[in-house]
Write a protein that binds this ligand. Sequence first.
Ligand code: AMP
Ligand code: MG
Length: 337
Amino acid sequence: MLGIESTAHTFGVGIVSSKPFKILADTRKTYRPKEGGILPREVASFFSSIASDAIKEALQETGLKINEIDAFAVALGPGMGPALRIGATVARTLSIYYKKPLIPVNHAVAHIEIARTLTGLKDPLILYISGGNTTVTSFLEGRYRVFGETQDMALGNLLDTFAREAGIAPPYVINGNHAVDICAEEGGFLERTLPYTVKGQDVSFSGLLTAALRSLKKGHKLSDICFTLREIAFSAVVEVAERGLVHTEKRSITVAGGVAANDLLRKKMETMAGDHEIIYKPVPKRFAGDNGVMIALVGLMSLYKGISINIEKSFVRQRWRLDEVEIPWYPKTPQDL
Ligand code: AMP
Ligand code: MG
C-alpha cells in the first residue's frame, strides 16, 4: 500500500506491507516558509513541484516497481484545500493509470491509528493535538467519538502563531523543540497569569493568545510569557483528557499529532496517567507529525475491510470530521493482519 499525505505542510509518501506488517518507505518533503505562516497556494505549488520525486524516492527505498503496489491511499481531509488537491490528484492519477484501488483516508484517523499501531495500545483514550486539531477521543460503537475539543484554534496553531507574532519563528521547530519551548527555558510564571479556559469538556485558546500578545506589548519578559503560555495550554488539554479518561473508563491513554512530540506535554500526560494508574504510551516522536506511513497504514486496514472509493466521488473534504468516519477494523491494527 502506498499512502500519500498532503493536508498541510508536508507531502509524505509511505509504503507499507501486510503479513507481516512492515514500514518499507517513509519519504517526507516539508514546506518551510522563510517568514510568516503557511500560505495554502504556496504549499500547493511546492507540493506539485516535488510530488513525483517524493514518489520515486519512496519506491527506490523499497526496491519495488510501481506496478507492484497493490493500492493507493490518500488523505482526502481535513486540511487545506489547495494542498489536499495535489495529493488527491496524484493518487487518482496513479490509481487510474495502474488500475489499482483508490482508498480514502481521514487524516485524523491516520494520526490515531499510527499511535495505536506503534504503541500496541488496543483501546486507548487519545489526545490528538496538532497544528489544526485539538481533540480528546476514544472508540465507541463503531467510531472515534469526540469527548472534548477546541472551540477555536488548535494547540499547535496557538504555539506557532504566538512564536511568529513574537518574532521567534519561523523556523517553528528546531531539533525537535518548539520555538516557544526554547524561549521558555529561562522563564518562569508571569506575576499576573494568562487566562486558563476550559469550558465543560472543551478548551479555548484564542483568549490566551490575545492575552499573551497584550502582555508582550506591555513589555513583560518574553521567556516568562512563553513559559506561562505553554504551561496553561498543556495543562488545559491534559485536564480535558483526564476527565475524558474518568468518563470513558479506558485503561490506557496515548497522545498523537505533531504537538505529541513535545517533551513537557509528554511528561504532564505521564504524571496524570500515573495518578490514575493506567497505561500511558505516547506515539513515537518520529511518527507524531504528518507522514505518508500513517495514511498507507489506514489504507491497508480499509482495503482489508473492502473500503475503496470511485474516482468520481474522491472529492477532498477540508472539514471532514473524525466522528463521521466508520472504523470497521477496530480494535485490530495492521499487525493483526
Ligand atoms: P502535524 O500537522 O500533525 O504535523 O503537527 C504540526 C504542529 O505540531 C505544528 O503546529 C508544530 O509547531 C507542532 N510541533 C511539532 N513539533 C513540536 C514540539 N516538539 N513541540 C510542540 N509542538 C510541536
Ligand atoms: Mg497532522
